[in-house]
Ligand binder design. Structure first.
Ligand code: NAD
Length: 434
């Protein structure tokens, strides 16, 4: 199959690279010429474990290339995937579909011969129908079908998720388009990964429902964690006890500083808006959005409390600012709420993050970037574990405590035990829900 991938970000690049590894001919298109130049020079513009090697292998094999020339990439393609961003639209919380429709217009002008235009971006129900209308209006002669193929990969484990998915969802209007997608995903089908073929609307809905459910699960345990603190229960024990129940499952059941990232905040917000528009309010999702905000603010209060009730004049070492480990993605990270609140109230903040600095420098003005946790802790009044990078899981706690002015730790990811931290010489240790 010949594939054009429009949009070469976290989803488009991983999908393009993996499709080429399946043996398809893939051209990845992006309008960002700096990104495309980097890719053509063999550099991966994002941090995603394993992506560089897989990309190099498929470029060398001649199956994968990068361009800014959308028309040339689309002309020969059997399928064109739209994997552009769908961020939250300013002001109303809706998904901003500007990039999707702009891409659809460009694709329409370039289509030659039968082509399936597949939306991989996360888009509200009804968007694929609109994409179809946009293409037909832009190029009435185009011979095409649309398809919805939402993506479920997780940053940090994206290649494995793409190559060994729990399921692939394909929404189509007819078998002709469905068969093209079946051919594209054949390597997965042959290995018995479930491929769900459904209609466009259901495919679009599956993605929002899945993300909203996961955000709800996280938020549920975060709210239980807050109550655990009041009643003297330990949320780690509670989530273990809950998660071993096969009907509940232990994933996404870890209390922390609130969900963030490039998907959950914008997708919950978009789903809430879709519900309102259809006079069918998504009350649970609306509550989740509110509670998640409260969770993030609660973290600020907890750290302030740890610092004797005031941030003013305090030096705080923050470990991890990306929204989760193994990514450089800072979009909607809890750190973007928590760190500015500390600085705004007079703290001096030092940040250590293995991959977050490039994005973080723009988003967290006023922090000092430090390469190692022990240096960050020198003379500090508190160390705050905000993202559970492996590098932060086995710190020499004695060394850390000895470097600090006031050895106190806020472990917002529950990666340490109170006993170990206190034994190492910390005066105070706070965690989430314990
Ligand atoms: N990031 C994730 O973990 C994840 C997971 C599942 C689904 N998604 C969804 O996938 C979509 C893409 O997300 P992302 O994180 O990869 O976004 P991203 O911002 O990393 O990448 C989008 C890319 O599209 C390019 N682009 C925009 N308009 C273009 C056009 N007209 N022609 C060519 N290129 C264009 C941009 O330059 C950018 O490089 C979103 O809808 C998102 O919700 C993301």
């Amino acid at each position: 199959m010949k594939i054009a991938m429009v949009g070469t970000g976290y989803v488009g690049l991983v999908s393009g690279v993996c499709f080429s590894d399946f043996g398809h001919d893939v051209i990845c298109v992006d309008k960002d010429d700096t990104k495309v130049a980097a890719l053509n020079a063999g550099k991966v513009p994002i941090y995603e474990p394993g992506l560089g090697d897989l990309m190099a292998r498929n470029v060398t094999a001649g199956r994968l290339s990068f361009t800014t020339d959308l028309a040339a990439a689309v002309a020969d393609a059997d399928a064109v995937f739209i994997a552009v961003g769908t961020p939250t639209r300013r002001g109303d919380g809706h998904a901003d579909l500007t990039y999707v429709f702009a891409a659809a217009e460009d694709i329409a002008r370039a289509i030659k011969g039968y082509t399936v235009v597949v939306t991989k971006s996360t888009v509200p129900v009804g968007t694929n129908q609109k994409v179809k209308e946009v293409i037909a209006a832009t190029n009435p002669d185009a011979e095409f079908d649309v398809a919805s193929n939402p993506e479920f990969l997780r940053e940090g484990a994206a290649i494995d998720d793409f190559m060994r998915p729990d399921r692939v969802v394909v929404g189509v209007e007819n078998d002709r388009a469905g068969d093209v997608l079946a051919e594209i995903y054949r390597p997965l089908f042959l290995r018995d990964f479930p491929i769900i073929r459904t209609d466009l609307q259901s495919a679009e809905m599956i993605k929002y429902a899945a993300n909203a459910f996961l955000a709800t699960k996280i938020t549920f345990i975060n709210e239980i964690a807050a109550l655990c603190e009041r009643v003297g229960a330990d949320v780690k024990e509670v989530s273990r006890g809950m998660g071993l129940d096969g009907r509940i499952g232990n994933k996404f059941l870890h209390a922390g500083p609130g969900y963030g990232g490039s998907c959950f905040p914008k997708d919950t917000s978009a789903l809430a808006r879709i519900g309102q528009e259809h006079a069918m309010p998504m009350q649970i999702v609306e509550a989740v959005i509110k509670v998640n905000d409260t969770v993030k603010r609660r973290m600020v209060d907890k750290v302030q409390d740890l610092c004797e009730g005031t941030f003013n004049g305090k030096v705080i070492a923050v470990l991890g600012v990306t929204f989760k480990p193994n990514t450089d993605d800072m979009r909607d990270a809890p750190s973007l709420t928590i760190v500015p609140a500390m600085i705004g109230n007079g703290a001096k903040v030092r940040v250590v993050d293995p991959q977050g600095r490039r994005e973080g420098e723009k988003l967290l003005p006023g922090v000092e970037w430090v390469d190692d946790p022990y240096k960050a802790a020198e003379g500090a009044d508190a160390v705050v574990v905000l993202t559970e990078w492996n590098e932060f899981r086995a710190l020499d706690l004695k060394r850390l405590a000895a470097a600090m002015k006031n050895p106190r730790m806020a472990d917002l990811r529950n990666i340490y035990s109170r006993h170990d931290v206190e034994q190492a010489g910390f005066q105070r240790y706070i965690a989430v829900g314990r």
